[in-house]
Design a binder for this molecule. Sequence first.
Ligand code: AMP
Length: 321
Amino acid sequence: MLKEIWSHIVAFDKIIIHRHISPDPDALGSQLGLAALIRHTYKDKMVKTVGFNEPSLSWMGEMDGALDEDYEGALVLIMDTANSARIDDSRYKLAAKSIKIDHHPVVEEYADINYTNTSASSTSEIVVNLYEFNKEAYQLQLSEEAATCLYTGIIADSGRFLYDNTTIDTLKATQLLYACEIDRNKIHECLYRRSLNIVQAQGYVLSQFEVSEAGVAYFKMPLDVQKSYQLTTGTRSALVNTLANIEGVLVWVCLFENEDGRIRANIRSNGPAIHEIAAKFDGGGHPKASGAMLSKWEKSQELLDELNEACQMYRRETMNV
Ligand code: AMP
C-alpha cells in the first residue's frame, strides 16, 4: 500500500494536502512534512496545503491555500482524519483522486484509497514509513524542513515517547529524523513553552476539578472563565494533561463551553478505552485519547456517567476491585 500511494504521488502533477479541523501538531506535521518531502524531490509538481491556520501552531508553518481550479485533475491526500465530517475544507471532493492516510481507528473509508495503520504512533510516523519504503525506488530525500515537521508530529502524539502508542517502529522512524540534524531544542521550546495565561488557567483547573469514586477526574470551564484567561479553542487544549497522572484517576475530562453553547470535551485515559463512548457523543479518536461535542452542559453528566461505568468495569476486570 505504501508503494501504491507513492506511485499515485508520482503520477499526478497537482497535489493538494488536507487534514482535520482543529489541527494538532500531528495533523500539521504529517500534512506539512509530506508536502515538504514531495516538493523536495519533485520540483515541478504543484503541491499545496489547505485548511485553517491555527495561530498557536503557526510556528510549524502556514497553509498555501488552493483555488477551486487547482483541484481539477489533482490528487488529494487527506492526513490524520478518521471521518469525512472532520476534513478541513470539503473541496477535497473536487479532486480526480483522493487518498486517506491515518492512524485513528477506522470510522469511515471516505477516499478512493484508504490507508490506516492504527499501530503507528502518529500519522507523521506513517509519512516517515512512506519515505523509508519508497526512498530507494524514487531517490527520495528527507529535507530538514520535512524532518522537523514529522519529528514534531511524532513527539506530540506519542507524548515524547511516553504513551503506549510508542513502538520500536516509532523509535526507528525518529532515528531517521535525528539523522537530518533537526533543531530539536527549538522544536521542544515551541511545543512545550507555556504562556503565562495557560499556567494561570492550570491553577484554575487544579483548584476546581472533581474526582468521582470510580476514578474520573473532570473540570468544567464556562466561556467567561476561558475569556478571563484569554484562552482560545486552539490554546485551551494545552490544559488537557493538567489532570494526568493523579493517583486513583483512570480517566480525565476537560469540558469547555464553546461560543455556540455546545460543550467540547477532551477525554484521556490510562484505563478503559474511551473512543467508543466519545463516538456516542458526536466524537471519536483513539482508545486512550478522544474528543467529543455535547449539545449543552446537561449532557456532560451523561458522558461522565458512561465514563464512570467504564472505569468501574475496568476496575472489576483488570484490578479485581
Ligand atoms: P482532542 O481531545 O481534541 O485532543 O482529540 C483527541 C483525539 O481524538 C485526536 O486524535 C482527535 O483527532 C480525535 N477527535 C477529537 N474530537 C473528535 C471528534 N469530534 N470526532 C472524531 N475524532 C475526534
